[in-house]
Design a protein around this ligand. Structure first.
Ligand SMILES: [Zn+2]
Length: 261
């Protein structure tokens, strides 16, 4: 059963109370089914986020495709697997979207900087939208999702120099033709990114509360990077499941072993 509809101004107050800072750069991952019902649906949530950030703030959302077989077009390619709010966000007037299969979208003062061109490989290094959110001391907000949805943790893996990779490809246009580009990405099933919740809590780096009807978490990108890189330097494979649990983590583990041969 759904609860009472939460108004846009109530949502905005919840966001401020949680610790969203006016004028900041805010990267948001969402699961709208956990947040609803709210006034004006996903658009109402986006409006409340902008209201909480104020005129100097910047709102950022993941905007990537899972389609590796067709070239990415920032004007038409749907954002798949990141939730209805993310797929609505990039389509709104004034929202910029980076031209990359690992795209992010942004609106506000720093939107041009956040969505500037970034390399396909690595997709989530320092020279990427999540890297730029980190560099400008932005915040990461999780609405109805856990840290397993947080792309910022891939940035931490990249900065910590983890050696595991999985084989990936994307399709880009080269000399007018769709062309497959193979690359190796820092990836695995990502379930164990949820360990980050406890690490942040222990250091007092995370604020928890509710936004809409969802559990909400906010932390500074720089704090997330600090605690995760510290853990990865002690144990490179802390996020990987033991062998035999899932194919993604197995492939990541095997990639380290094959590098050592
Ligand atoms: Zn796994």
């Amino acid at each position: 059963m759904l609860g009472a509809t939460i108004s846009r101004s109530q949502l905005s107050k919840q966001l401020r109370d949680l610790g969203v800072e006016p004028g900041s750069v805010l990267l948001v991952h969402t699961s709208f089914s956990k947040i609803r019902p709210v006034e004006d649906g996903p658009q109402g949530l986006i409006a409340a986020l902008r209201l909480a950030l104020g005129p100097e703030g910047t709102l950022v959302m993941p905007s990537m495709t899972e389609d590796d077989d067709h070239p990415f077009d920032p004007k038409t390619t749907p954002c798949v697997g990141m939730g209805i709010v993310s797929d609505m966000f990039w389509r709104l007037p004034g929202v910029l979207r980076s031209d990359n299969p690992s795209a992010f979208a942004a609106i506000g003062k720093q939107a041009t900087r956040i969505t500037a061109p970034h390399p396909i490989d690595p997709p989530h290094g320092l020279d990427s939208p999540v890297g730029r959110v980190y560099e400008v001391d932005g915040q990461v907000l999780l609405l109805g999702v856990g840290h397993d949805a947080s792309t910022t943790i891939h940035l931490a893996e990249s900065l910590a120099g983890v050696r595991y990779r999985r084989r990936k490809y994307v399709t880009v246009v080269k000399e007018g033709k769709p062309t497959q580009v193979d690359y190796q990405e820092i990836d695995h099933c990502c379930q164990n990114f949820n360990l980050v919740d406890r690490w942040l809590e222990e250091k007092g780096f995370q604020h928890k509360g509710h936004v809409g009807h969802a559990e909400a978490r906010v932390a500074r990108s720089q704090d997330i990077i600090d605690v995760v890189t510290e853990q990865l330097r002690m144990n490179e494979t802390i996020f990987l499941h033991p062998k035999g649990v899932d194919v993604e983590c197995d492939e990541a583990r095997e990639s380290i072993a094959s590098r050592l041969q």
